[in-house]
Design a protein around this ligand. Sequence first.
Ligand SMILES: C[S@@+](CC[C@H](N)C(=O)[O-])C[C@H]1O[C@@H](n2cnc3c(N)ncnc32)[C@H](O)[C@@H]1O
Length: 227
Amino acid sequence: MRIRGRDKVPALLEMAAPILVDAEQDMVLPAGWLTGYDRLCLEVGCGRGSFICQMADHAPNTLFVAFEKFLEIIARAAALATAQGLQNARFIRTDAAKAEMVLPLHAFHVIYLNFSDPWPRRRNDIKRLTHQRYLQIYKKLLTADGWLEFKTDNATFFEWSVGSFQKAGWSVQAIDTNVSNTAPPGEEMSAKYAQTEYERRFRALGIPIRHLRAVPATLSGTEPPTH
Ligand SMILES: C[S@@+](CC[C@H](N)C(=O)[O-])C[C@H]1O[C@@H](n2cnc3c(N)ncnc32)[C@H](O)[C@@H]1O
């Protein structure tokens, strides 16, 4: 993602300070920062925050936490949530590899991966956010009935990711290789149909969007979640 307008970042950080933690500086979250909500959900690699803000606006009783590794980018996401007056969004600047050190374990109902970097070169597969090393971390973050949703435009990355989930023992319960631009009634603000910033660009180019839902190994054999 291109980083523009670096000079605006200090003002954005100040504006968003109550809902933004830079875990590269301090891994301890403020007391009570993640409490008081019915459910916790996590987006890894939130970019400028369009998706997480839509989701938070739609579900005020759920707390949406977003990870992003670049401070300049997450500052924009957190400032967007602040400008929209969202109370139920939190932003953490960190690499997903450090998630276990920052977040409570077995606390998140859903983890979202939206248009994660595909890292097309084979030698970089370890950096893909659907690599088994990340899947082990996500499993520790999810509640016993939790699941993960993954969306991408990249067919090769999608197929590789399906294999990665399966090798790690996850159950891939729903695959759609061409997500409709029009959601079924009532599903407009589901993770599958709420559109991200990158998604809008790919849809404008006519590129099919792929989506799957996956459940960690311990829950294989359970019914697919319906919400
Ligand atoms: C291609 S962008 C997609 C942004 C957004 N999810 C969307 O769909 O519009 C991927 C984002 O993930 C972030 N990212 C990549 N690897 C990450 C990691 N290991 N931990 C946290 N964020 C990461 C990147 O900095 C970038 O902002």
